[in-house]
Design a protein around this ligand. Sequence first.
Ligand SMILES: Cc1ncc(COP(=O)(O)O)c(C=O)c1O
Length: 385
Amino acid sequence: MHRSARLPASFEPNPLSRMLSERRAAHLPVVDLTVSNPTACGFAYPEAEIRAALADRAVLGYAPDPLGSRRAREAVAAFHGRDLRADDLLLTASTSEGYALLFKLLGDPGDEVLVPSPSYPLFDWLARLEGMQARAVPSYFHERWHLDLGALDAAASGRTRAVVVVNPNNPTGHFLSRTEWAGLTELCARRGLALLVDEVFADYSLEAPPDALPTALEDTDPPCPLFLLSGLSKIAALPQVKLGWLAVRGPGAADHLEALAFLADQYLSVSASAQAAAPALLALAPGIQVQVRTRLRANLAALDRALADRPHLSRLPVEGGWSVLLRRPALDADDACALRLLRETGVLTHPGSFFDLPGDGHLVLSLLTPEAIFSDGLERALPQL
Ligand SMILES: Cc1ncc(COP(=O)(O)O)c(C=O)c1O
């Protein structure tokens, strides 16, 4: 049987995943500093309220609307504010599905999207599975992260359809500055590109500088088509509910939403329960976010204490998001370092190379890790760096 060339050539796990499986199979301890699943991080979810929300009577009926139920869209619009309207929104089963719809909307096979890197590694596959290519354009770090607008402009070709940015970025935590926003929207308008902005982490600002753009929705009249992606996965730390959304603004927004509705109508993938529960779950989100932010800050403070007497190690600022980049002397490659740490200390970290960080000397840690595990992991791992 022929298999699509969009798929990977093999499904071999990478060496770190293999070593992790082997350790788990051998019942060896693992101190996981990479956890990104909030439901496995010991947060006190309002269980009764979540169950009640998902048991809404509306789940008994099927009333398909390719944009998603108006009631849910109104709740999402009210949650974001910034003049967003239910009519600007389309619900999806996840942010990933939002990307899939957008790539179907924007590109033909062989077209590409530009992605400032380092960034969320899933873009490569999300684009490729739609027949497109995600082209990485390196950002640079000088006291803070900066988009290289000149490099993005130079990389745009006749086949480029969009730029994809994450605000704040995963894993660098970089919030776009207002100046970067102006430059980026001008570039997209001038080159005829759409701008996709993933703001799943926008509510988790930690060390954002004063000129950070808290959300692209601040711009109510962007000069280029703007597609904002978000969802309950991070906003309410409820990835299992499977509810995301796209907000559409800028030139041609109504036409783009109509085309997205056509695409979504082929699948109608958002469940009745997720849509019915959306208003109540969004009302619970601020309470869950407080717990998450407290965790992120506590772990960052623990890391700073641990780094205080280790001048050869440091961390980059965390403007926002759930990750921190630990800097270490690059005596070995990041991949080799992560393998060594797991083998010798049982501590699981992600090498910077997983996210296309340039060169060696970075490990990525999840600030979502329960505090005791985070501190234990630091105690075991830092002396080996
Ligand atoms: C930048 C970014 N976007 C989207 C997602 C996933 O969102 P969803 O569960 O809605 O697909 C993640 C998950 O880690 C992410 O890091």
